[in-house]
Ligand binder design. Structure first.
Ligand code: FCB
Length: 480
């Protein structure tokens, strides 16, 4: 499944009929689940490109998304992130919502080009001031920040020098993270270095669906390796300055099952899993890439150098996962991989279909994550994309999202009861936002935003539901 399919598939299920609802309704007997532990953090998440706007203000440099959005056809609705939710100016409305729901954690990202407009060199103090205000306001309200250092907005100047396929970007990223450690690390303890490296490497440089929109197998492979080098270098940079920080990743986590019991499908599924998951997690812990390609790991094409087995290592403090549901079935197929044979020929596998059971998938995936890396798990994102409607009375009745979230949280609770140390969960998203190449067509927020005039956040029914969950710490049966 590519990202466009993911967004559209997720949205399509809002209006889907009885069959789809039955899938959700498979759900769970939530009434029997004990409350969430007292120290479990309920949160919500956003990212700077998707909400901030002010793309050209206060010294911010151009990011690859500012540029990419200008390409005809790149964004479904022709929109761009220059205004989005105007959170650069309206951030106190966002935090008011966080407080209203009683959340204990807020995950947001820092814009690299706001801190370093050309990716390196002189720090833009106005950018630093902006994030200082948010961090201080969160802490004074007793809300823990979880800060993402990179949520896909590479400074365009660095892309002009080759972007993620250029090994040097790893060093630039570590220098940037060192600045974050110095300027914010006295107050911010929890850091996600990278958000979904699989998306900003495979999807961005392999399939061209994300900025910078490149379709090239070699660039994709080098970008993957640079992202792992960047994580290792940035981890060491942060720890050198803030040894007590808690540093992890936000990985796009999905598990797969073989489409049939045949040996070829089983092996194809294993390679698919290795490429999409393990390649972004294992190197940090083991210094190695497990086999994903039929003919072994293409080290040369990836730009591997002697000593990299040490450079990619990072003993991450937590495993962060973004979860959007379902198990996918993978089959061996003659050179087929997400219908992009020419790019990835060698993995020889493709997704055949999805199985909808959010609760079971969440339980299984988070148990896998907790067990494989023996780290506390932070659910860095989970949420539901739909086409929401604001009623004339100013309400948004997003019952399908409530059902989805209820299933997702019951999956988390069940995994905890089976021993997984899951310490937090962040709903994506706090507010409706600019969904990358999906533009403004997909609503994912707990609150409605009018993108023509983003001066208000209107809590949806799901925000009230979530507030009740946060306060009671208990899931109650949901009307399906
Ligand atoms: C994730 C991204 C996040 C958001 C959700 C819907 O892959 O990390 O920014 O777009 O998808």
């Amino acid at each position: 499944m590519n990202r466009r399919e993911f967004l559209v598939g997720s949205a399509a299920s809002v209006s889907a009929g009885v069959a789809e609802r039955k899938g959700f309704a498979k759900g769970v007997a939530v009434a029997s689940l004990p409350p969430f532990p007292r120290d479990f953090l309920f949160g919500a998440a956003t990212s700077c490109v998707q909400i901030e706007g002010a793309a050209w203000e206060d010294g911010k440099g151009e990011s690859i998304w500012d540029c990419f959005a200008e390409k005809p056809g790149a964004i479904i609705d022709g929109s761009n992130p220059s205004l989005a939710c105007d959170s650069y100016h309206q951030w106190s409305l966002d935090l008011a919502l966080v407080k209203e729901m009683g959340l204990q954690s807020y995950r947001f990202s820092i814009a690299w080009p706001r801190i370093l407009p050309i990716g390196r060199g002189q720090v833009n103090e106005r950018g630093v001031d902006h994030y200082n205000k948010i961090i201080d306001a969160l802490l004074s309200a007793g809300i823990q920040p979880l800060v993402t250092a990179y949520h896909w907005d590479l400074p365009q100047v660095l892309q002009d020098k080759g972007g993620w396929p250029n090994r040097d970007t790893a060093e630039r990223f570590a220098d940037y993270v060192q600045i974050l450690a110095k300027r914010f690390g006295d107050r911010v303890v929890r850091w996600c270095l990278l958000n979904e490296p699989s998306a900003f490497t495979i999807f961005a440089y392999g399939f061209g669906g994300h900025a910078p929109g490149i379709r090239d197998r070699g660039q994709m492979l080098r970008a993957i390796h640079t992202s792992n080098l960047a994580q290792g270098a940035a981890f060491r940079a942060m720890k050198a300055i803030r040894p007590h920080s808690k540093v992890g990743i936000a990985h796009a986590m999905q598990l797969y099952d073989p489409a049939t019991s045949s040996e070829t499908d089983r092996q194809a599924c294993e390679r698919f899993h290795a490429f999409n998951n393990l390649w972004f997690l294992d190197p940090a812990f083991t210094g190695e890439y497990p086999d994903a390609f039929v003919n072994g790991v293409p080290y040369e094409e990836m730009g591997w150098k002697p000593g990299d087995e040490q450079r990619v290592r990072a003993t991450l403090d937590f495993s962060g996962m973004n979860f959007y549901g379902d198990v996918q079935l993978v089959a061996a197929g003659a050179g087929k991989f997400m219908n992009e044979a020419e790019l990835l020929n060698g993995i020889d596998a493709h997704v055949t279909r999805r199985q909808r059971n959010t609760a079971a998938a969440m339980e299984r995936v988070s148990l896998w994550m907790a067990t494989r890396y023996s780290r506390p798990v932070e659910i860095t994102e989970t949420g539901f994309g739909g086409h929401d409607v604001l009623t004339p009375k100013g309400k948004v009745h997003d019952q399908t999202r409530i059902i989805w979230l209820s299933d997702a949280f019951s999956g988390i609770r069940r995994a905890q009861l089976k021993g997984a140390k899951i310490v937090s969960a962040h709903v994506w998203s706090l507010i409706d936002d600019w969904e990358w190449q999906g533009g403004f067509r997909i609503h994912m927020g707990l609150a409605w935003v009018d993108f023509m005039n983003p001066i208000q956040r209107i809590p949806k029914d799901s925000a009230r539901w979530y507030g009740n969950l946060v306060r009671s710490r208990s899931l109650t049966p949901t009307h399906r």
